[in-house]
Design a binder for this molecule. Structure first.
Ligand code: UDX
Length: 462
């Protein structure tokens, strides 16, 4: 052991930048490779195009320590690194469910055509099962054709990092999964991950398809857990009952567990929605459409939560106007609605597939006057939907509002003083799209709160 010192990371997006910085933190010499020179220049100064606690500091620390550099040139790493991680994106193909593999394929091809010494290529991107086998074939072909010196092998090593915890999840993961085709490849990866292994992190060495599937299975399970509780929300909305108590009660069963059973406006972000769609597309390619059909139900349940919030807003405002069943446009026209949160989850500025931003935009499209405030994500939201009214503070959003809707459970919103909210709003009332507020306390302070999974009649709790 002890032979691995130099690591390259292809792709300096969210995953690649985190991995590169963390590998430097573990003591390796690291070069991050990206095709965009402006991007890596900013990165090297610690300027991130996304919000991730601790990452900018870690990058700057290791740029300064000399262990971390960035380049746009594959040739620079091809004769240098012992291990090359591929951390490029696999976005949803536009208009389709399948993942777009062009960046992964391009990275593999560029590496195969520039590596000139013994090396291990390690895929980290989330990919359709079967990709590693396909890429191993492509790699062998390209190497045979170009005749460069060195033996190059492929391995697969999925990541499970969460936004907001990316550095922590990379340095102290729950488990390390590697798909390997040889003992040598496993040995190399054991050296790379010697530090977390020394801390007793579970190590799972397996074949390519299993390694690829661990990632998509984990995300499909998490999405299912959220949609499961949200499906029960639809029942408690119909017959009454309290979804939070139901989640607590089933969560006490250790086989079920309470985490990821928070009912609300549903899941979003750059991973869960796209991953469950890509998995369905891949299953269909394999002739297994029925096998993953339940995921299209999970997706549908998840999207219905957004409609539920819009319907609730319409009901609440229609009740004012005296008409019990107003057309949405009629009820929302001119109503000022405070939108609290547009990020897909708190402590993030990410609005990709954000349920919160989707709801805000739907309300705007139906004629509401939306005053949007998010502690971090306003700028990203404005880049997508510039016509909403973005304001700089929660007080500004609430001032003179006819209705407030909490859509991302930022601490700032969870700790709002209901008495102050009552003073600010034209008509104090709130829809809690994340079920995080104490409804009794808020009602006592003069702000009626309607939650998700709550039975509501004519805009008021039943
Ligand atoms: C997820 C996985 O957790 C991570 O392991 C994987 O590597 C990438 O995808 P992330 O997208 O960062 O991570 O967010 P996560 O914390 O999982 O939340 C996803 C979405 O589910 C958010 O929109 C969140 O608000 C929602 N959610 C989560 C719920 O609606 N209810 C819950 O109980 C939990």
């Amino acid at each position: 052991g002890g032979g691995i010192v130099r690591i390259s990371v292809i792709g300096t997006g969210y995953l690649g930048a985190t991995h590169a910085a963390c590998m430097a933190e573990l003591g390796f010499e690291v070069i991050g490779v990206d095709i965009d020179p402006a991007k890596i220049e900013r990165l090297a100064r610690g300027e991130l195009p996304f919000h991730e606690p601790g990452l900018a500091e870690l990058i700057v620390k290791h740029v300064e320590s000399g262990r971390l550099r960035f380049t746009t040139d594959y040739a620079e790493v091809g004769g240098w690194a012992d291990v090359h991680f591929i951390g490029v994106g696999t976005p949803q193909r536009s208009g389709e469910h399948a993942a777009d593999m062009r960046y992964v394929d391009a990275a593999l091809t560029s590496l195969a055509e520039s590596i000139s010494k013994d090396a291990l290529i390690v895929g980290k991107s989330t990919v359709p099962v079967g990709t590693a086998d396909r890429l191993a074939g492509l790699l062998a072909q390209l190497r045979a054709a170009n005749g460069l010196p060195g033996t190059v092998e492929l391995a697969w090593n999925p990541e499970f990092l969460r936004e907001g915890f990316a550095v922590k999840d990379t340095l102290t993961p729950d488990r390390i999964v590697v798909g390997v085709a040889s003992e040598h490849a496993e040995q190399v990866l054991r050296e790379v991950y010697a530090a977390p292994l020394a801390a007793d992190t579970p190590w799972i060495a397996t074949d390519f398809p299993t390694a690829e599937l661990v990632k998509v299975a984990a995300n499909a399970f998490l999405a299912t857990k959220i949609s499961f509780i949200n499906a029960f929300s639809e029942i408690t909305e119909a017959v009454g009952g309290d979804i939070r108590t139901l989640a607590d009660a089933i969560g006490h069963d250790a086989r079920i567990g309470r985490r990821f059973l928070n009912a609300g406006v549903g899941f979003g972000g750059g991973c869960l929605p796209k991953d469950i769609r890509a998995l369905q597309a891949r299953a269909a390619e394999l002739g297994l459409t029925s096998t993953m059909r339940f995921l299209s139900e999970m997706d549908a349940i998840n999207l219905r939560r957004r409609e539920r919030v819009v319907d609730l807003a319409v009901d609440v405002l229609a009740a004012d106007a005296g008409h019990r069943r107003a057309a949405p446009v009629q009820a929302l026209q001119g109503a000022r609605i405070a939108i609290l949160g547009v990020a897909f989850k708190p402590d993030s500025d990410d609005v990709r597939d954000s349920p919160a931003l989707d709801v805000a935009n739907r309300l705007y499209t139906l004629g509401a006057d939306t005053a949007v405030y998010d502690p971090e994500a306003n700028a990203n939201a404005a880049a997508r939907f510039p016509r909403l009214d973005y304001v700089d503070s929660v007080e500004e959003a609430l001032r003179d509002a006819d209705l407030a809707i909490l859509l991302t459970e930022w601490r700032e919103f969870r700790e709002l003083d209901p008495a102050r909210v009552a003073e600010l709003m034209a008509t104090p009332r709130l829809i809690d799209g994340r079920n995080v507020l104490d409804r009794d306390a808020w009602a006592a302070a003069g702000v009626p709160v309607v939650g998700m999974g709550q039975k509501v009649v004519h805009g008021a709790p039943a």
